[in-house]
Design a protein around this ligand. Structure first.
Ligand SMILES: NC(=O)c1ccc[n+]([C@@H]2O[C@H](COP(=O)([O-])OP(=O)(O)OC[C@H]3O[C@@H](n4cnc5c(N)ncnc54)[C@H](OP(=O)(O)O)[C@@H]3O)[C@@H](O)[C@H]2O)c1
Length: 329
């Protein structure tokens, strides 16, 4: 099997190479592609070195699968060119997620949305992936009426430039090419993506649109505030959930705790609750602080944490590919 990783030099791309190796693809032919500035450089993969090639060269190699993480513009331009030579693309950017013809997939939740003829499959936004997986059993059992979400998103969600900005600021230096318009060290800001005319940001809008698409339920009421925090290791989310019917709290815990890929970690009196420091480099979605919301019926609060580079991006993309090629774990 031949697999191209487009954006292989980036935060997500490098993690994709690690995940491919960890999940048994180390002996496959892997093609690392990135921008012109990286062509000819090398990347470690499965004990060998890959020489980075251009995206055009990767298309010419006609891979079976192409895992994209090079931004929406690159995906819009090149994903159809890969599809035209018979490659199946799994795309991490926002380019295709809203396209009704393109399935948007978290494998544990809706792998059934992929049809045999699909050549482009979209990986959801990192904050969406962890939330829809954590809530998937509640969605099936009770139905979701409304979600009120506040995120605490890691700077790694913005890519390498953001990591460099934080590291420069930690050293007391002024970053040369900051990813954000404000300092992030010893700070946070209620801002992810771009502001829309309605006052919400594009990251907030993604949580709304993508959640409805994945659950195939346009009726779920959703509102979100995205906050960027100077954290490495994962995104955290406080979510207030209103279910469609009343629930038993122990049953809710049982459902969450038995969801594949989810860890219920909820012993707050023992200081055991999900934190990015726990989720870092792991694939599971961690859920804690599960408690009834006494302010309105059928409602509860919970706290969800996952490594945005792993399950929020690289791992989810590789899992989709595993389903497509019949090599699921
Ligand atoms: N970080 C996350 O948590 C996360 C989660 C989900 C989805 N994503 C999405 O994944 C994508 C990449 O994110 P990232 O965090 O890995 O960003 P990043 O660290 O900035 O890496 C960007 C990658 O894209 C490549 N690239 C840029 N322009 C290119 C071009 N014209 N042609 C070919 N390759 C090009 C870069 O190559 P060079 O090194 O050669 O410039 C690099 O490999 C984005 O679409 C992002 O929205 C990220």
């Amino acid at each position: 099997m031949k697999i191209a990783v487009v954006g292989a030099t980036g935060l997500v791309g490098r993690e994709m190479l690690r995940v491919l190796d960890e999940r048994g693809f180390g002996t496959e032919e892997v093609i690392a592609a990135a921008s012109a500035k990286s062509v000819g450089s090398t990347l470690d993969f499965a004990g060998r070195q890959l020489t980075v090639v251009s995206v055009d060269a990767a298309i010419a190699a006609r891979p079976d699968y192409a895992l994209f993480s090079a931004g929406a513009e690159v995906s819009r331009q090149y994903a159809p060119l890969f599809a035209a030579v018979g490659t199946t693309v799994v795309d991490n950017s926002s380019a295709w997620r809203k396209d009704p013809e393109v399935p948007l997939v978290v494998p544990e939740v809706n792998i059934g949305a992929v049809r045999p003829e699909d050549r482009i499959i979209a990986n959801p936004n990192c904050s969406t992936i962890q939330m829809v997986l954590a809530l998937s059993a509640l969605e099936r059992e009770y139905g979701l009426r409304r979600l009120v979400i506040a995120t605490y998103q890691s700077i790694t969600g913005t890519g390498i430039r953001a990591v460099r900005q934080l590291e420069s600021e930690e050293r007391g230096e002024t970053p040369s090419e900051p990813a954000y318009p404000n300092p992030i060290h010893r700070n946070l800001f209620p801002h992810g993506g771009d502001f829309q005319p309605d006052g919400y940001t594009t990251e907030e809008q993604k949580l709304i649109d993508e959640t409805r698409k994945i659950y195939a339920d346009p009726e779920i009421a959703i509102t979100a505030t995205v906050v960027r925090v100077p954290v490495v290791g994962g995104h955290s989310e406080a979510v207030n959930v209103e279910l469609r019917r009343d629930y038993d709290l122990e049953e809710v815990r049982r459902l969450i705790g038995s969801t594949p890929g989810v860890i219920l970690y909820d012993e707050p009196m023992q200081n055991r609750y999900p934190m990015p420091i726990l989720s870092h480099h792991r694939d599971e979605v961690w859920v804690g602080r599960v408690r009834r919301d006494p302010s309105q019926p059928r409602s509860l609060n919970l706290w969800i944490v996952a490594d945005n580079i792993r399950k929020g991006a690289a791992t989810n993309a590789v899992q989709i590919m595993e389903h497509l090629c019949g090599r699921t774990k």
